[in-house]
Design a protein around this ligand. Structure first.
Ligand code: OSB
Ligand code: MG
Length: 376
């Protein structure tokens, strides 16, 4: 296949409720949506999970737009692509900018699955017909408000609860949750808010039977995490620190973590996600699919990836209604008893809602990739 046209849209969607992490609060979600079209008129959709500011990693949706326009789209232009795995190799000459790469690569995966009339899940090699999901809850104004939210989500059936922690909102909060919900599968995500000197404080979390503690230390570290893991009973899960299969291999070798959170955008796409998944499976390291407050398009990609066999822990892919009054896909992603049913239509399996997409588009640009004078 040859990609003939790419549309980049800058989107802005209002979140149902603000979401607070140790690095800041989201009120709106601003992100890029990509649509690619091949020579037969097949369409594929991808989402960039880069935020509006470089807090989680160094990328933003604006830097993604520049990378796509100046480097990634020119690499795809005129290139015959047999399989989406080739995009991973094609983009290897460009350093980092993984979320920009992933947005385009993901759209090509969706397109490829539609061309070959299969679901994105089966194109990736996933068999599961339903996936088990948990929910990630941001930092709240009070412990009582947090407990009320947990109560709501446990009743909705979510399979595990993840809460955000930061210095000053950690041990007491987790203790209060455990007193009220002694059995619920529970984990904490620090988004890099601590340093090795905080080891004694983090050790206090060992008594609460957490399934894991996610990314306690610096976003670019695997050395201190290995030191910390030796002192903790609770498994460390790495999120921000893992950008590639190579990162995963080194972190596992060093003993920096016992579990890995795979985010498609952070690692540069579905092909790299699958490589990390397969490697972790061979090393008996469980993985789960992280979230970046995605719209329905990115959420659909997460659902498909999660059907692979080593996604044995519930991910952060909650239902559309947890984030949006109206999501931009039909049907929306729904969670029943903590499970999402994997769609059986070709590609991502959810239909983009073009009317709503237009409504939430701030800016868009169409790139024509047809080469003049070249027969297609
Ligand atoms: O670290 O997993 C994270 C949200 C924004 C930035 C980073 C993270 C998160 C979440 C929410 O935990 C996951 C989701 O519900 O999409
Ligand atoms: Mg995280």
């Amino acid at each position: 296949m040859k990609i003939q046209e790419i549309t980049i849209r800058q989107m802005k969607m209002k979140m149902k409720a603000p979401f607070t992490t140790s690095f800041g609060t989201f009120y709106d979600k601003e992100f890029l949506l990509l649509e690619v079209i091949d020579e037969c008129g097949n369409k594929g959709w991808g989402e960039s999970v880069a935020f509006d500011a470089p807090w989680y990693n160094e990328e933003t949706y604006k830097t993604n737009w520049i990378m796509l326009e100046d480097f990634l789209i020119p690499l795809v232009k005129g290139t015959e692509i047999e399989h989406p795995d080739e995009i991973n190799e094609l983009f290897a000459s460009i350093r980092k900018n993984n979320m920009a790469k992933s947005a385009l690569e993901g759209a090509v995966w969706d397109l490829y699955a539609k061309r070959t009339n299969q679901t994105l899940a089966s194109a990736l090699g996933g068999d599961n017909k339903k996936i088990e999901v948990g929910i990630s809850i941001g930092i709240q104004n009070s412990i009582d408000e947090l407990l009320a939210l947990i109560d709501e989500y446990v009743n909705e059936g979510y399979k595990r609860i993840k809460v955000k922690i930061k210095p000053g909102w950690d041990v007491d909060v987790i203790r209060a949750i455990r007193e009220r919900f002694p059995e619920v599968p529970l984990m904490a995500d620090a988004n890099s808010a601590y340093c090795l000197e905080d080891a004694d404080l983090l050790k206090q979390l060992d008594e609460f039977n957490l399934t894991m503690i996610e990314q306690p230390l610096a976003s670019d570290d695997i050395i201190d995490h290995a030191t910390l893991q030796k002192q903790l009973k609770t498994p460390i899960c790495l999120d921000e620190s893992i950008h590639s299969l190579e990162d995963a291999r080194k972190a596992i070798d060093l003993g920096s973590c016992g579990i890995i959170n795979i985010k498609i955008g952070r690692v540069g796409g579905l092909t790299e996600s699958k490589k990390i998944h397969d490697y972790c499976e061979s090393k008996e390291i469980p993985v789960w699919c992280g979230g970046m407050l995605e719209s329905g398009i990115g959420r659909a990609h997460n659902v498909a990836l999660t059907t692979l066999s080593n996604f044995i822990m519930p991910g952060d892919t909650a239902g559309s209604d947890r984030y949006w009054d109206q999501d931009i896909i039909n049907p929306e992603v729904t969670v029943e008893n903590g499970y999402i049913k994997v769609p059986d239509k070709a590609g991502i399996g959810y239909e983009p809602n073009l009317e709503l997409i237009e409504k939430f588009t701030v800016e868009k640009r169409v790139y024509n990739l047809v080469e003049e004078g070249v027969a297609q």
